[in-house]
Ligand binder design. Structure first.
Ligand SMILES: NC(=O)c1ccc[n+]([C@@H]2O[C@H](COP(=O)([O-])OP(=O)(O)OC[C@H]3O[C@@H](n4cnc5c(N)ncnc54)[C@H](OP(=O)(O)O)[C@@H]3O)[C@@H](O)[C@H]2O)c1
Length: 295
């Protein structure tokens, strides 16, 4: 299959693109800022550029991963967030509609308010707690309104790509590498980790069902940021050498409010018998053991 993929310089694409290539798919990889030489420049905010690339390359599927994923920046610059995450997604969906191309849109656990005690499933009503979540949810609404052939797959707290990981796990690793002997970590925010390698490994199993619709795809198990930091230290082999201190999120104010819970359950994959996502403990162990000796 010929797949046009946006956001190819990002964390998730760093595992999705090689996986697709290993399955013999032809990938036209694009990003606003190409990180590798086989990535072409494409700004999803420019519908003419999106359409021109589609007309030239005639993809059979579009995988739309590009987004502004900096949650605090989205809060500070909402126009930028909506332009990238909502209008950008509308541009992609309009082109898919015009040329009858199925779309995969990656969304987020950040669409939920966070007051549910159990993990959120696909049948829970979204209500975002910040601009990022709202801009991504509006992307979902547009995809559902414009298209019938679509997959929306929501991921949780993303982990992957090691040195290109801009998120929590690599922030912890960086602090450890800098020689910090104490990590002060928020213990009152809970979520589901999503390892990019596991997401990439399982994605085509979902797409190949042709059961279009909305899915959650995160690793099994949930935990707080504090729980994750404890495991990072353990798997780095530094138990007893690096202390992890739990703190309340009120001690760590950020521009964007965070939901108390971004825990998700892959309920539809469970019901269909295709939830093969591993537990986050196992994936974190493998991820750290594979990468921890990198410079
Ligand atoms: N990261 C998470 O924790 C998380 C969690 C759940 C779901 N998701 C979703 O998963 C998808 C992949 O995210 P990721 O984790 O791989 O994040 P990422 O590393 O930030 O990748 C997103 C890529 O999109 C690029 N991009 C931004 N604006 C663009 C534009 N106008 N046109 C084209 N490309 C643009 C980014 O470039 P710059 O880096 O230069 O901005 C980046 O290379 C996104 O849809 C995201 O919303 C992410």
């Amino acid at each position: 299959m010929k797949i046009l993929l946006t956001g190819a310089s990002g964390m998730l694409a760093s595992d999705v693109v090689p996986k697709l290539k290993s399955l013999k798919h032809k990938v036209i990889a694009t990003d606003l800022k190409p990180r590798l030489k086989d990535i072409m420049k494409l700004d999803v905010r420019e519908i003419k550029d999106v359409e021109a690339l589609v007309v030239k390359n005639k993809p059979e599927y579009i995988f739309h991963l590009a987004a502004e994923t900096n949650v605090d920046l989205c809060e500070q610059e909402p126009d930028h967030a909506y332009k990238t995450n909502t209008i950008g997604t509308e541009n992609i969906a309009l082109v898919c509609q015009k040329y009858d191309i199925p779309l995969l849109y990656i969304s987020t656990a950040g669409v939920f308010w966070g007051d549910k005690k159990e993990p959120y499933n696909e049948f829970d009503i979204p209500r975002p707690a910040n601009v990022y979540g709202h801009s991504k949810l509006q992307g979902e609404v547009i995809v559902q309104r414009l298209l019938s052939k679509y997959f929306i797959v929501r991921a949780g707290w993303m982990v992957g790509g090691w040195e290109i990981d801009k998120k929590f796990v690599y922030k912890m690793v960086t602090q450890i590498k800098e020689g910090k002997k104490e990590l002060r970590v928020v213990s009152d925010k809970f979520g589901s980790s999503t390892f990019t390698c596991d997401f990439a490994e399982n994605l085509m199993n979902v797409i190949n069902t042709n059961r279009y619709g909305l899915y959650h795809m995160t690793n099994k198990g949930t935990g707080s940021r504090y729980d994750i930091a404890l495991k990072v230290v353990e798997f780095m082999g530094l138990n007893g050498k690096v202390k992890v201190t739990p703190i309340d999120s009120s001690q760590f104010p950020l521009p964007a409010p965070r939901a108390n819970s971004e825990m998700m359950q892959n309920y539809k994959l469970d019901l269909l018998g295709i939830n093969n996502m591993p537990h986050w403990h196992d994936s974190l162990k493998k991820y750290i053991e594979k990468n921890k000796n990198k410079k």
